[in-house]
Design a protein around this ligand. Sequence first.
Ligand SMILES: [Fe+2]
Length: 332
Amino acid sequence: MFPTTPPASTPTEPPLVLLVDDDAELTDVLSTIFLHHGFRVQAAHSASEARKALFSNLPDTAVIDLRLPDGSGEHVIEALRRRKGGDAVPVIVISAVADRETIAHIRASGADEYLIKPFQPLELVTIVRNSVARRRAAENLATREAHLQTVRLLAKAIEARDAYTGGHVERVRRYALKLAQALGWPPSQLSALEFGALLHDVGKITIPEHILNKPGPLTDEEARIMREHPRRGAQMLADLPYLRPLVPYVLYHHEHWDGTGYPEGLKGAEIPIEGRLLAVVDAYDAMTTARSYHPTPMSREEALEEIRREAGKAFDPYIAEVFIRLAEQGEI
Ligand SMILES: [Fe+2]
């Protein structure tokens, strides 16, 4: 959604290696080895073939022979760097030329590695694998950061409508992360957790302001409208593939362990774990900060006491216990 350069292949697709060498026997052998190690390969036997290949597909890594029948490998590197996204593609030059000056010159012109022929094919596979892994890790980090910034912006926009909840979602994100780590959630789930915590009330954007900021109790009709926010939020996210994993946080954060919550009135372990976790941290922050319906916030001890009382009623008793322990240790 956000990367500044188009990814060569999606993370689930085998990485694509562009092999440029006029020695067809060598490219055949290397292609077989790369395919065997889980890569896709596109071979080119001249500079012009390589340029054509670059035009149709941006590789994840390019392996380029320096001496080509119709020009130098350097020109292929230049063509790659000019291509949109090509500046991020690792280049490994392979050549029988072994003098230091040439190697220094080629490195200075943008090659990441220089491998002198003859070389062990497995050595090349290792270099390519490492370079693809580094590139994908950097892309993932950049993409995640870009997403987080956008989601934060949206979360702030939602919060700005509510005079009392400044900083709420950011605290919920922080508490949720600590709680999930204490519960032993795998790191792969923490990204969705952070985004889910930030966007859990995204559906409130559809709630009229006079209901959102009403001092004192809501009428039955107003409460009914307010209680639509989890479902409305989930509907907003369901169509966006990247944000779909956030739906359980948005949809189920007001469910109660004893089945008295909303929107579905699920009970116990029927409630997805994402909703059970968020319910505790969301309620804790709501209790300890001023809200339109309770302008005087509870003390930390009072709020923890309330969570203890509600364990097994509103909250998953185990999650509530871990949260209380974390808070008592000063982690929250
Ligand atoms: Fe909510």
